[in-house]
Design a protein around this ligand. Structure first.
Ligand code: BG6
Ligand code: MG
Length: 223
């Protein structure tokens, strides 16, 4: 990277701690066919669309279902998820993420969202942060899910930036692969072992500033 001009954020598990609600809702669906979803299984679902998540769970459970049964479960899962996040507020944003976005806007950077979720806009509205984003690319607008880079490439294009001018923030392994494949700088939020392909892994946004990112992505690469 020569210069950082934009940040593209994943939503679930990066802006806001919703991964736990997806887990609860999927666990309840899995129990309807006697499968107990584990936290390890849940890692496979991060960054994955609703439809594909159900396929993964069915495969883990060794279960086959008719299309109309799957459709009914997908509706049920989303209804439960939406009821779990009904009272979502700014308090459940990841500590430090809003400060990083605010600083970036003051620096004139462009900010985008790249998420697999079809609920992204309503979540950003609940959090009161939708106005920070110049582009929102979500599960309603992409054909290829992560690890395909489409969601981030579309985001960069909408921001008028090249991938190598943007940093992608992601909590899923598939999202990190998508960012790397697309030519973006990648920051993993979470566990260094699970996100080892990321250029940088942080356990929290607290204390993360542009100057830290500049050191990692620009200065270290030029030396
Ligand atoms: C991703 C989550 O952001 O969105 C996945 O990491 C989720 O767990 C996917 O399945 C789709 O979300 P939604 O809100 O459209 O069901
Ligand atoms: Mg995520």
């Amino acid at each position: 990277m020569k210069e950082i001009k934009g940040y593209i954020f994943d939503l679930d598990g990066v802006i806001v701690d919703t991964a736990k609600y997806h887990f609860v809702a999927w666990s309840n669906i899995a129990r309807t066919f006697d499968y107990e979803l584990t936290h390890e299984d849940n890692e496979l679902l991060k960054g994955v669309s609703r439809v594909d998540s159900l396929e993964i769970i069915l495969e883990l459970a060794g279960k086959t279902l008719e299309d109309d049964q799957k459709k009914a479960l997908l509706i049920k899962k989303n209804e439960e998820y939406l009821s779990l996040i009904e009272g979502l507020t700014k308090d459940e944003m990841l500590p430090g993420v809003e400060d990083l976005i605010t600083e970036a806007r003051e620096l004139g950077f462009k900010i985008g969202l790249g998420s697999a979720s079809k609920n992204a806009e309503q979540i950003l509205v609940k959090l009161g942060v939708i106005d920070y984003f110049e582009t929102i690319v979500d599960g309603n607008g992409v054909v290829n899910g992560k690890p395909h880079p489409e969601v981030f490439l579309t985001g960069a294009k909408n921001l008028g930036l090249h991938p190598e001018e943007c940093i992608v923030f992601e909590d899923s392994q598939k999202g990190i692969v998508a960012a790397n494949t697309g030519g973006f700088g990648s920051v993993g939020i979470g566990n260094a072992e699970e996100l080892q392909e990321a250029d940088l892994v942080i356990s929290s946004f607290e204390k993360l500033t542009y100057s830290v990112l500049q050191t990692v992505f620009i200065e270290l690469h030029n030396n």
